[in-house]
Design a binder for this molecule. Sequence first.
Ligand code: NDP
Length: 302
Amino acid sequence: MGSLESKKGITMTISDRYAVFGQPIKHSKSPRIHRIFAEQTGQSLSYDAQEVPAKQFSAATDVFFAEGGKGLNCTVPLKELAWAYAGKKTARAELSKAVNTLTVQPDGSILSDNTDGCGLVSDLMINHGISLAGARILILGAGGASRGIIAPILEQSPQSLVIANRTIDKAVNLASEFHDKGRVSGCGFAALNKQQFDLILNATSASLSDSVPPLPEHLLAENGICYDLAYGNQPTPFVRWGIEHHAAKSLDGLGMLVEQAAEAFFIWRGVRPDTQAVIEVLNAERKASSPFETITTNKKYV
Ligand code: NDP
């Protein structure tokens, strides 16, 4: 925390500044999450959301850090630009080629990191008790989010990891970048016929257009689990797909959102917030805002 002497001689306290840049950004939950983290851990900081189009990313980021900003989250469509912006990259940022967290270093340089992958793995394993070791895992989509989650998943030693994408080449090329990290392959959706998976992760943005990729009927193994990285006040189309296909659990990405934020908060502040408490608050808020929820199932929607 810094301080500033005003003209009247009153000392004002200045909190460390953080922000999230993206477009669109209006509905981002990140400011709310980080403010709750700060309150929980007694940290004095500010965290705002700023609408930044891709064309203005570099200039807006220069200004943010020149004005003393300590750390920045970047979301759609800025993650690849943020990766290119930073002079220094963590190993997981280097692998993912798309980052969500920029941090000013003591020497003034900017370090980039990707906390999406560990956020997802924490949500799956810690919050939901899902074991990835030995599992047959399918990732739908080969965009920025998919890139960020492949290495952290492979680190958990699944039996196999398949990446399926609408544009087949992207899935094949992405998989080939991670061949030295585990059993991973890429294909199109049609090639999924006759395969079964214990865990299906939807990392496409299809939910945003209210659709689900074209998937074969028997894709999900018995007791299999579905997880949509997207989230909303209502179950996403893929969460509904999981329920309709008798998933043992059909989850959305709200927990991942909170966990990736917690990892960024830890990088910036050196303390780990209580993510469970925040997930409970956000879940209660969205349940309250969606009183006409129509899904009736004994399966789990979180
Ligand atoms: P990108 O734009 O980088 O990639 C989008 C992917 O979705 C591509 O593989 C694209 O295929 C595919 N796709 C888009 N529309 C369709 C469709 N109608 N049918 C089939 N495939 C489609 O997006 P991101 O990777 O950054 O984000 C993906 C999702 O993950 C978003 O919903 C985002 O909100 C979510 N996310 C959630 C996070 C969280 O914390 N919960 C963190 C990060 C992301 P193609 O290559 O053929 O165009």
